[in-house]
Design a protein around this ligand. Structure first.
Ligand SMILES: Nc1ncnc2c1ncn2[C@@H]1O[C@H](COP(=O)(O)OP(=O)(O)O)[C@@H](O)[C@H]1O
Ligand SMILES: [Mg+2]
Length: 253
C-alpha cells in the first residue's frame, strides 16, 4: 500500500534447499517482495516456512539459486533484515528495555543516545510501566510486543516475522493486527509474515505465497481494499479466498 514505487525489496530466484541432501524442502522456488508490501507465507506445518526465513537472513545457505535484498547478492545478507524468530527468544535475565536495546548494542551504537526514542516506543506499545520488568513477568501479548519492538529497533526496512501472533488468543490477536497494520503504514516497512492462520493472512496481506513442499510455491493476490475491518471475515469474497487457501495448503492440490 505504502509502496508507491515498485522497487524490489526481496527477490528469490530458483532457490533449492534440503537438510543434508535429504528430501528437498525447496525445489527451485521463486518469489518477490516489493518495497512497502505486506506479504504472507502460509503452508502446512513442516512445509519450510521457518527454513525460508533462515535462508533469507543468511543463517542457512541456499544449495542453488539466488536471494537478493535490494538487489544485493547473498553472502552479505546477514544483518540486512529485521528478523523475529518463531520463538520470541527474549533474554530472560534482561529487563524489557535491555532486551529492546539489544540490536543497538550489537550494532555498537550508543544506547544512551537511543534511550529516549526507545522509551517513547515502549510507551506507544503500552509497555512504559514494564520497562524494568523481566520477560517472565509479562503476558504473551506483551512479550510479543517486546520481541517486535526489538525487531523494529534493528532499523531495517524488511521485517521477517515468523508466526508473531501464533500463541495469542483471538481477541489479543485482533488488537495486534490493527496495531501492526498501523505501524506498517506509518513506518513504510516491508513485511514478510509467516502464519498458519488463514484469516490473519488475508486480513493483513497484499499477497500470499502458499508453500506446497516439493510442488513449489503459489501466489495468491488479496484484492480487498484497505483499511480492512475485522468484520470482513463474514463477507463473501473473504470466505471465497479462505476456501481457496484451505484447498491450496492441502497436500494433494
Ligand atoms: N535443522 C534441521 N535439520 C533437519 N531438518 C530440519 C531442520 N529444521 C527443520 N527441519 C525440517 O524441515 C522441514 C521444514 O521445517 P520448518 O521450516 O521449520 O517448517 P515450518 O516452519 O513450515 O513448520 C520439516 O520437515 C522439519 O522437520
Ligand atoms: Mg515454523
Amino acid at each position: 500500500m505504502s509502496g508507491l514505487s515498485k522497487l524490489s525489496m526481496l527477490s528469490i530466484n530458483k532457490l533449492s534447499y534440503s537438510f543434508g541432501g535429504e528430501r528437498a524442502i525447496f525445489d527451485q522456488i521463486s518469489l518477490d517482495v516489493n518495497s512497502g508490501e505486506f506479504v504472507s507465507v502460509i503452508g502446512a506445518s513442516g512445509s519450510g516456512k521457518s527454513t525460508l526465513f533462515k535462508l533469507i537472513t543468511g543463517l542457512l545457505a541456499p544449495e542453488q539459486g539466488e536471494i537478493q535484498i535490494k538487489g544485493q547478492h547473498s553472502g552479505k545478507r546477514t544483518g540486512s533484515v529485521g528478523y523475529m524468530p518463531q520463538k520470541d527468544l527474549l533474554l530472560p535475565w534482561r529487563t524489557v528495555v535491555e532486551n529492546v536495546l539489544l540490536p543497538i548494542e550489537i550494532a555498537k551504537e550508543s544506547k544512551q543516545r537511543k534511550l529516549p526514542a526507545v522509551r517513547e516506543w515502549l510507551d506507544r506499545f503500552g509497555l512504559a510501566a514494564y520497562e524494568n520488568a523481566y520477560p517472565g513477568e509479562l503476558s504473551g501479548g506483551m512479550r510479543q510486543r517486546v520481541a517486535f519492538l526489538r525487531t523494529l529497533m534493528t532499523g531495517k526496512d524488511l521485517l521477517l516475522l515468523d508466526e508473531p501472533f501464533g500463541a495469542l488468543d483471538s481477541l489479543t490477536k485482533r488488537k495486534m493486527h490493527s496495531w501492526l497494520l498501523g505501524l506498517w503504514g506509518e513506518l513504510q516497512k516491508t513485511v514478510l509474515f509467516i502464519t498458519h492462520d488463514l484469516e490473519e493472512a488475508i486480513l493483513l496481506s497484499d499477497r500470499i505465497y502458499v508453500l506446497k513442499g516439493d510442488r513449489g510455491v503459489q501466489e495468491v493476490k488479496v484484492k480487498l481494499s484497505r483499511p480492512r475491518k475485522a468484520e470482513l471475515i463474514y463477507e463473501t469474497e473473504f470466505m471465497r479466498m479462505r476456501k481457496e487457501l484451505e484447498w491450496l495448503i492441502q497436500d494433494e492440490n
